[in-house]
Design a protein around this ligand. Structure first.
Ligand SMILES: NC(=O)c1ccc[n+]([C@@H]2O[C@H](COP(=O)([O-])OP(=O)(O)OC[C@H]3O[C@@H](n4cnc5c(N)ncnc54)[C@H](O)[C@@H]3O)[C@@H](O)[C@H]2O)c1
Length: 361
């Protein structure tokens, strides 16, 4: 690979942006973080101090448009809140930059369409931060998937404590639907992406039932829901979500996530960092465990995604979580939010036709 470091800027240095610099970008020799941007001065200054402590130079900005005037940045890592993704991603793509954008793609279908258009014109490398696909346990699931014969059912259970408090340009943006797009987009686009990836077919329709009367009665997002997704190839997927559950166990950061895959020949489960597979014919069980090294903010999963991104930038190619994964997970999420709101089945076709946001094969 071309060894020249990829000069990178990070936009949004709150919880996740800060963590990605410390736990991922600084650990990877492929990258050099040359600039950071955040309009909220306490977070910007805290991040600047982190660079100073290490004796590293960094240019600081409060407006991403000023940062984009720099010519030396090749990659922009956008880690600002969900409501800013559309504008910032479009500006970065128009400036001809490679983009790593945190999930979700945007908080509205119209926003997704705008980003798509800008990407078509820029032809730069784009990766969405759906890093669960890069987690060692989910990769094991994909590797073992063929043992199950024809996949028929997917289950995902995320019962976890409420969102952490957010301090930044808009405090607690994450619990307000106008800033986050709602829980089933903000949180569960990750899980819908895993469903889409494993089902390997187009989602047809979504039914969601949920409310926000327990943890989020003071605001307008869901705190519990069941969501079913039907796929063209007959796979059915079911997500169970609860945001007011106590933490089950310490250890793996994936420990609140349980994923199940049932096929004609067997059953497989991910429980935290453990994967189990059972053969239907004889009940034989196999178990695989992943020894996680870094527990903070999904770093163990983000690092391989950033390694892949560097390869795509230097050698060409498309990331596993490309614009297609971003659009498809957002489509299921938008359908789920609408379904819960209107208490009805929502067809993906409806959204495609209404917004021109097409499912990517
Ligand atoms: N992939 C994952 O597992 C994962 C986990 C957590 C968060 N995230 C995503 O990361 C993003 C940030 O989340 P967070 O938890 O760090 O939130 P946060 O609120 O802790 O940090 C966001 C930061 O962005 C700043 N900001 C706001 N508007 C901005 C703008 N216009 N330009 C630049 N910076 C701006 C805020 O001031 C704040 O400092 C979100 O999109 C979220 O969905 C992803």
């Amino acid at each position: 690979m071309n060894q020249k470091k990829i000069k990178t800027a990070v936009i949004g240095v709150g919880m996740m942006g800060n963590s990605q610099i410390r736990n991922c970008l600084w650990k990877l020799p492929q990258y050099e973080v040359v600039a950071i941007c955040d309009p909220y001065l306490p977070n910007l200054e805290a991040c600047r101090a982190m660079f100073e402590e290490r004796g590293l130079p960094v240019h600081c900005y409060t407006d991403h448009r000023d940062l984009l005037a720099r010519e030396d940045c090749e990659l922009i890592n956008i880690v600002s809140p969900d409501y800013t993704h559309e504008e910032i991603a479009c500006d970065c793509l128009k400036a001809g930059k490679h983009v790593r954008l945190e999930k979700p793609l945007a908080i509205t279908p119209e926003g997704c369409v705008r980003i798509l258009k800008c990407l078509e014109e820029s032809k730069t490398v784009f990766q969405i931060g759906l890093e669960l696909r890069y987690a060692a346990p989910t990769r094991k699931i994909r590797e073992w998937q063929q043992r199950l014969g024809e996949v028929k059912m997917l289950t995902c259970c995320e019962f976890r404590p409420p969102f952490l408090k957010k301090t930044g340009a808009i405090n607690d943006w994450i619990v307000q639907k106008r800033y986050s797009g709602g829980t089933l987009l903000e949180k569960n686009c990750h899980h819908f992406d895993l469903f889409n990836w494993i089902a390997d077919a187009k989602p047809v329709c979504v039914y969601a039932s949920g409310d926000g009367k327990t943890e989020y009665a003071h605001t307008d997002i869901l705190d519990s829901a069941f969501v079913t997704v039907e796929y063209e190839n007959g796979v059915r997927a079911m997500l169970s979500l609860c945001l007011f559950a106590p933490k089950k166990e310490q250890g793996s950061h994936l420990n609140e996530l349980e994923l199940g895959v049932l096929g004609s020949k067997g059953r497989m489960e991910l429980r935290g960092d453990d994967v189990y597979v059972w053969n239907r014919a004889d009940g034989a069980e196999e178990h695989w465990h992943y020894a996680r090294e870094n527990f903070e903010a999904h770093s163990d999963d983000i690092i391989p995604s950033m390694e892949e991104l560097a390869r795509c930038i230097r050698e060409g190619g498309t990331p596993l979580t490309d614009i297609g994964a971003a659009v498809n997970s957002a489509l299921v999420s938008f359908a789920a939010e609408l379904s819960a709101e209107e208490h009805r089945i929502v067809y993906i076709r409806e959204l495609e036709e209404k917004f021109g946001l097409r499912y990517h094969n």
